[in-house]
Design a binder for this molecule. Sequence first.
Ligand code: COA
Length: 162
Amino acid sequence: MKKTVIYPGSFDPLTNGHINIIKRAAKTFDEVIIAVAINSNKNSIMSVDERVNTIKSIFKNSKKIKIDKFSGLLVKYAKSKKVNTIIRGMRTVQDFEYELQMATSNNKLDQAIETVFMVADANYAHISSSLIKDIIKLGGSAKEFVHPKVESELKKILKKRK
Ligand code: COA
């Protein structure tokens, strides 16, 4: 039976840390669905469609990796996709507390749902989407932290806003 995992997140923007988790997940599972959350609470820099399209262009040659967006509860989205496994990256002790809360809540909402954690590669453990947004907004280069397609998309967005 094909084993699919959902990798949910805001991905605003997708970082090299996320890419590292996605590539490793694709080695462990038959299929990875990157699920971009439509989250109106977060103060985002990229629209959901900009995020989805950029991620699609990065993984266009990876048959095992699919990109989608979702709104509402993650567990409901997972059920609609007939997927029971969620994967999240774990960078630090701070991540652990947040991730534990989310994984436990999701499991309480739907006991079929299991969350698995992949330890972030030490090279990427310091990266966060907020940090990248700050660097780009202040005119710095984020090329060490993001895929070139993400960096050029972010620069385009900021130029339009000026
Ligand atoms: N490498 C680098 N950075 C990473 C990382 C990794 N492996 N894993 C996480 N991060 C960073 C991100 O850059 C981001 O940084 P930021 O806080 O500066 O923005 C942060 O950690 C988390 O972002 P992301 O991975 O995109 O996920 P998220 O926490 O925004 O996603 C959802 C949360 C979407 C999974 C969650 O809100 C959700 O499920 N929402 C749906 C509604 C729902 O069901 N709610 C109930 C949940 S219990």
